[in-house]
Write a protein that binds this ligand. Structure first.
Ligand code: ZN
Length: 228
């Protein structure tokens, strides 16, 4: 699959954003120095509702530094999306980007089946997401905060997301396919949800198993082989 395939540890009861300093998360003892510092499942920041960002905060140097750090962390991981709680910051901010290099190991048919297109980076502050229509799609999804695993997740095929951009300007993005999946995954993070909450549980497996057994197979074949 592609890897969405997704510290200070700010307490869940952290004060509102205006009073919450943006500080670099400390290195954890279990983190390899060469890997980006990404909070792993089990930390309560991933299970809490993140705070709305006061719009006047967006233009501050600290907030701009946070956005830059999120984009760099996403690229270093590498991943196609990141939510602020994943670096221990309980604010409603997501970044996402899909680059041609990230799709280079996929066959054209796989890229087309997933609706992957290169875009970004995009930043959404205080996003709200609405599914469009009733079509759904199911694909393997992973998370930088659930390292090493993947599972099949049904998602709305098309969504509309509204929010502020990195300059504080209002923006709306209506999109289908893989960008819509990334948006749903990242906005879930802001509400304390992980893909494992939504996955088809029989499909949960390690990334290594997924690559070895299902890479390159059409999704209907994968579903059939898994008895789904
Ligand atoms: Zn994630």
């Amino acid at each position: 699959m592609k890897r969405l395939v997704v510290m200070v540890l700010l307490a869940c009861s952290a004060p509102p954003p205006a009073a919450t300093p943006i500080t670099p998360p400390p290195t954890t003892t279990t983190q390899k120095k060469t890997k980006p510092m990404i909070v792993q499942a089990g930390h309560p920041v991933l299970r809490s509702r993140a705070h709305e960002v006061p719009p006047e905060t967006i233009g501050t140097p600290d907030f701009q530094a946070l956005i830059a750090r999120m984009i760099q962390t996403m690229r270093d991981a590498p991943g196609v999306g990141l939510a602020a709680p994943q670096i221990g910051i309980p604010w409603r901010v997501i970044v996402l980007e899909d680059r041609a290099v990230a799709m280079s190991k996929l066959a054209p048919a796989e890229i087309a089946e997933r609706g992957r297109v290169a875009f970004g980076p995009r930043v959404f502050v205080n996003p709200t997401l609405t599914p469009v229509g009733t079509e759904h799609a199911t694909f393997f999804e992973g998370c930088l905060s659930v390292e090493g695993y993947t599972g099949l997740v049904p998602r709305a095929l098309e969504v509309e997301v509204k929010g502020l951009d990195e300059h504080g300007a209002a923006q709306t993005w209506r999109v289908r396919g893989w960008p819509a999946r990334i948006l749903q995954h990242e906005v879930d993070h802001l509400d304390g949800a992980l893909y494992v909450d939504r996955m088809l549980t029989r499909s949960f497996m390690t990334g290594d198993q997924a690559r070895a057994r299902y890479a390159g197979k059409p999704i209907q074949t994968v579903l059939s082989e898994l008895g789904l």
